[in-house]
Ligand binder design. Sequence first.
Ligand SMILES: Nc1ncnc2c1ncn2[C@@H]1O[C@H](COP(=O)(O)OP(=O)(O)O)[C@@H](O)[C@H]1O
Ligand SMILES: [Mg+2]
Length: 515
Amino acid sequence: MTTSTKLMLWLMMAVSVVMALVGVVLLQLRSSALEQDALNLVRAHARTLQIAIEERHSTDADKELKPLLERLVRENQAVANIILYDAHGAVLTAAPVGLDQAQQDTQAARQAMATRTEKQINRRIANQDVISLILPETDSGSPFGAIEISVAVAFVNTELVSERNDIVFLGLITCFTIFAVVWLVTRRSLGRHIHELVTGAKAVGQGDLSYRVATPSASGDFKVLADAFNQMAGSLAEQRQIAAQEAEARLDLERRLHHSERLAERLAAVSHLAAGVAHEMGAPLQVIDGRAKQLQEQTHPTTDKLQRNLKIIRTQGERITRIVRQLLTLARPVHPRLRPVDLRHQVELALEALETQAMQARVAYDHSAGQLPGALWVKADPDLLQQVLTNLFINALQAMPAGGTLRVSYSDAPLHKNGRAFIGLHVADTGDGIAAENLGQIFDPFFTTKEVGSGTGLGLSISSRIVEEHEGWLKADNWQNGNGESGAVFTLYLPQAQASAVKQKETAYELMAAD
Ligand SMILES: Nc1ncnc2c1ncn2[C@@H]1O[C@H](COP(=O)(O)OP(=O)(O)O)[C@@H](O)[C@H]1O
Ligand SMILES: [Mg+2]
């Protein structure tokens, strides 16, 4: 409900109450005035009658006066009854026809006669409420004592009802006029300003801080309100501008900080890589240099010596080539060609390829089926996946020089992350495990704990890069069980292949098999 409607309602209520009170008071006043009018009328009739009666000296009132009284009652609406009393207060005659003279209460008439004063009483005559006026006879020689003339209360009330209707009608017209005027005035002076302010508030609420409401020319509450509103919108706009500038400055600072951080990180990575390359390449290059020098110094080396040195030079050359190839893999962007691949099958292939090495190292395979039944479809590039699995298995074999068990298992259920499902693969060995201080570095390029020549420290960094390109991740940990067994465990997470893609692939297999 709007303020102006509420105002109107309150005003309507107040005006209605005042009008009702005025009406009641007016009716009250009119009621006694009407009663007085009626009494004055009957009094006038009574006086006339009194004069007429005083001239009569016969007591045969029934015969002489009754017709006169009856005519008076008949012809005057205001006159309800006329009763004539004798000198002793007994009823002589009464009008209209049928009014029983014998049964009238004569006590009031006697009192009026005794005090010789006019008396007014309210009483019931012939089952009708009346207001009676009793006039005692002034002439003491007259055979008549008093005359009672009455007016019906109903007669006065009928007049009153018609007056009340007039008052109600007038009241309604006055109310309506007041409301109409007030409504027009509030609409013009209140409604317009309120509407203006509401529109302004909406505009500012929707972010238009440049909106200003029209200020009324005349001073008043609305002018104060409109000025305050415009001031508020102005300072909001100012604050927003300041906040935006601050945010921009903060963003700029963050950008610069981030940029220098990235630069420092990259520099650190490059120097780390350079140190690694220098270290890895330094050893074979030194060997090559040494052997070449020997050959140079010996003017006539034996074929045997020549062959041995050349073989060493070639081996070291091959080592350098291997390192360079791996470095290239690390530097080159990996573009995996992803498709649904059965992870269990890929594991079997990689294990098979390393079977001879495992046998030589006296390492037994434990490739448990796990709880996930059937083929385990992941989204992967099979060649790159083979590279990762081979790296992990070779590391495990190298960690168990005195033999042990290479255990490959799968997570019991897919892992859900960011609305996607991932299949987990665990590669555990029974070697010495990874030293706690090395856990954070084993994925760094050139980090190795192996002797010079047996490890480049590039295997895990390449593997983790490949896995990240598959949108999966690789993590390292140590494990141990109650039987005193322990070792390192690597967990590889790869995205599960979509059921629809797998279906397509299975259909293709079936078609191939049918051919
Ligand atoms: N199965 C494992 N058990 C213990 N340590 C391991 C295992 N796999 C990797 N590591 C540690 O991580 C290091 C880095 O491994 P990797 O990147 O493959 O390089 P590299 O095998 O040439 O040393 C290893 O030198 C070793 O210290
Ligand atoms: Mg390795």
